[in-house]
Design a protein around this ligand. Structure first.
Ligand SMILES: [Zn+2]
Length: 535
């Protein structure tokens, strides 16, 4: 069904949206816990689906292939929701994962697609052929072509269905195949959701940068108006990165698999319960029990409680990412998270390298709190890239059209704690100084700052020059860059204006350093009509 997805808010390539299913609306980004249709069913189940529903999860995913094998045709009568005991939105997978693990499944594509329809799935997946991490190029190519063939094979069912059908993109680590898979998938009518095929093995081995590459490649080809699911992503560590690149849905069994192994999920990794003195969390489980309490329980009860905590952690991270999207600060969250694990730093580097692509999709100015700048990595923020492009175009115009005819160019340090810059005492003093020697109409003023370089005075109130927060302590590399940038600007304009005054002030320590860099760089400033003046 086309038009089943509406985008409500955006930041970077991430979005908050709503998927319309036949059982109701689902807000994205959303995490779907994997429910084992055999183990997690009934009174004796460790953490049954109805308990997960009570925790607030609106949707889950379960496996239609296992349901068919276990319950046979009787499953159709009870329906998937009856079998697993969940009244919310249910997505089913087709057995592709079992195919990947066991090498084959004894069910056909058309057969399992029809079965999922009759089972009453809200969202369902065709029987795709996942590309494995270990696949050779020709195996990966086969998985791409065979998945597309199967997508075509059931197009008659899919296109008249009320179920939302998912078309997985294959190719794995072979990005040319990922691109081809996505490009051809885009041409199919009838599918409502795309999925990035099983990178589970990448996720298990923390090869996040591989996944980032796959997502970026697929998203470049897919239409942005369709939701994209990422199979097997169930750790809070990867969620902000995947969401920032435009992933809308996730599923994973990790909450349970980790719990069975006494592993406790945090934002930054996993901890063994045995190694914890206290739980660094205040979810209902962690506020009630200590690690010692859990270790003294019988295994079933313990696994259930750790699994619950793990789900709370994943849910909390999804909520956090949504908040950052609404505030337009998703980049800041990525930077923060990228410092928590080397593999996330790799992932961040990939994103930084692709920031020009991301920039195209990002809203320019949003959020009540303006642009947050932390350090030199903030230069790669999409809003910064766009700001610097616009600024550089405007600077060329200023250099060619505005400065010729002026008597003086003044460069005044922009005090980051006072905005607009022209309301600072340094500006007032500089203007007083200038008015003693020239008519102010014949003075062109730039503000200079470590994060934006030289800003013509008439731009100071445009976004984000007056709407940003930056630290007062500035990295030495940024100060050096600023010194060089001012030097370059001075060499561009010195032929067209008789006098250039560069002000600096002890109240803004980095401006003193910039002045000293300029003094070292310029051989004889006086000859150029350049004055460095403390104010
Ligand atoms: Zn907890």
């Amino acid at each position: 069904m086309p038009d089943s997805f509406q985008i409500k808010d955006k930041d970077l390539m991430g979005r908050i949206g709503v998927i319309e299913t036949k059982s109701g609306r689902l807000e994205t980004p959303v995490f779907l816990p994997v429910i084992d249709p055999v183990e997690q069913v009934g009174d004796k189940a460790i953490l049954p689906a109805n308990e997960i529903e009570k925790m607030g999860f609106k949707a889950i995913i379960t496996n239609a292939y296992l349901i068919k094998k276990t319950y046979g045709e009787s499953a159709v009568e009870r329906g998937v929701k009856g079998i697993i005991g969940f009244s919310g939105i249910v997505m089913t997978d087709s057995g592709a994962y079992q195919h990947m693990v066991y090498g084959s499944v004894d069910v056909g594509n058309r057969e399992i697609v029809e079965f999922q329809e009759r089972l009453g799935s809200d969202i369902a997946v065709i029987l795709d052929i996942p590309t494995k991490e270990s696949s050779s190029y020709s195996e990966a190519l086969y998985s791409v072509e065979e998945t597309l063939r199967r997508a075509r094979e059931v197009i008659d069912i899919v296109s008249r269905s009320e179920t939302l059908w998912v078309l997985p993109i294959q190719g794995g680590a072979y990005l040319d195949l990922v691109r081809r898979s996505a490009r051809e998938a885009r041409e199919f009518d009838g599918y409502s959701i795309y999925a990035i095929g099983s990178p589970v093995t990448f996720l298990q081995s923390y090869r996040y940068s591989k996944i980032i590459d796959m997502i970026i490649t697929a998203k470049e080809e897919l239409l942005p108006s369709y939701p994209v699911h990422l199979f097997g992503a169930g750790h809070p560590m990867i969620l902000p990165f995947a969401i920032a690149l435009g992933i809308d849905m996730f599923d994973s069994a990790s909450y349970m698999l980790y719990a069975k192994d006494n592993r406790y999920i945090t934002e930054y990794g996993t901890e063994r319960v045995e190694e914890l003195e206290v739980f660094p969390c205040s979810c209902p489980v962690c506020s009630k029990y200590s690690p010692k309490d859990l270790l003294e329980m019988d295994r079933r009860e313990r696994v259930g409680l750790i699994a619950r905590h793990n789900l709370y952690m994943i849910d909390k991270e999804v909520r956090r990412v949504k908040t950052y999207i609404r505030e337009g600060r998703l980049w800041d969250l990525l930077i923060e998270r990228s410092r928590s694990h080397p593999s996330l730093l790799d992932a961040m580097n990939r994103i930084v390298m692709s920031s020009d692509k991301i920039e195209k999709y990002s809203p320019y100015s949003k959020g009540r709190r303006g642009l947050f700048i932390y350090d030199s990595t903030s230069k790669y923020k999409p809003q910064m890239i766009r700001t610097m492009e616009r600024l550089s175009r405007y600077l060329s115009y200023v250099v060619e059209k505005r400065i010729p005819g002026m008597k003086t160019v003044a460069m005044i340090p922009g005090d980051g704690s006072i905005k607009p810059f022209s309301s600072s005492p340094i500006y007032a003093r500089a203007l007083g100084d200038l008015s003693r020697e020239s008519l102010l109409e014949e003075v062109f003023v730039f503000f200079y700052t470590p994060y934006f370089g030289a800003i013509p005075e008439d731009l100071e109130e445009t976004y984000p020059f007056s709407q940003h927060e930056a630290p007062e302590s500035v990295e030495p590399s940024l100060i050096r860059d600023l010194g060089e940038e001012i030097y370059r600007l001075v060499t561009r304009i010195r032929g067209s204006v008789p006098r250039i005054i560069i002000y600096y002030s002890k109240e803004i320590p980095w401006s003193v350093e910039v002045a000293s860099i300029l003094r070292q760089t310029m051989i004889s400033p006086r000859d150029w009509g350049i004055v460095l003046r403390e104010i």
